[in-house]
Design a protein around this ligand. Sequence first.
Ligand code: HEC
Length: 146
Amino acid sequence: MKKFLLFIAAFVLFFSEVHANNHFPITRDNKEAIALGQKLYNQNCVACHQPNLVGQTNWKTKLDADGHRLAPPLNGTGHAWHHSDAMLHDVIKYGYANMIKNYKGKMMGFAKVLSDTDIDHVLAYMKSFWPEDVYQHQIKLSKHGH
Ligand code: HEC
């Protein structure tokens, strides 16, 4: 538990030093963006986050063979939607690997593979799965930065 709190604290610290980007919030209004996002998701994320973004089985309670956390769902049932677009964008771009000191886990950054626009498309694809209330809540959150 202590470790987990440290993890969160490091995360918040990192985040507060990084900008709020102003092309947020990302919506799910653009079908083309969603289709591009789906393609990029299938190329880069599906192995861990699974088809339909359901996450790995028992992600809440189990660890993988290396003792690392399993990939959570991104479909609106996990925690992802509690984060603003700016934060999610950073997680995907930099990975926890570059946001948290001594991070031990599997969420690496995609800065070398995905452009900022690509990441926005992936976010649009993720949001296309979210229930309406979750979606609206997160849009509001993203307008305020965090
Ligand atoms: C090698 C496996 C792996 C790949 C590939 C991967 N992820 Fe992850 N991802 C994880 C794990 C594991 C976590 C949880 C990190 C932790 O707690 O250490 C995570 C966390 C996240 C989070 C934070 C979720 C939350 O609930 O706060 C987002 C967003 C995310 N990943 C998006 C993506 C996207 C988008 C891609 C593809 C571009 C991707 N991930 C590729 C394993 C992966």
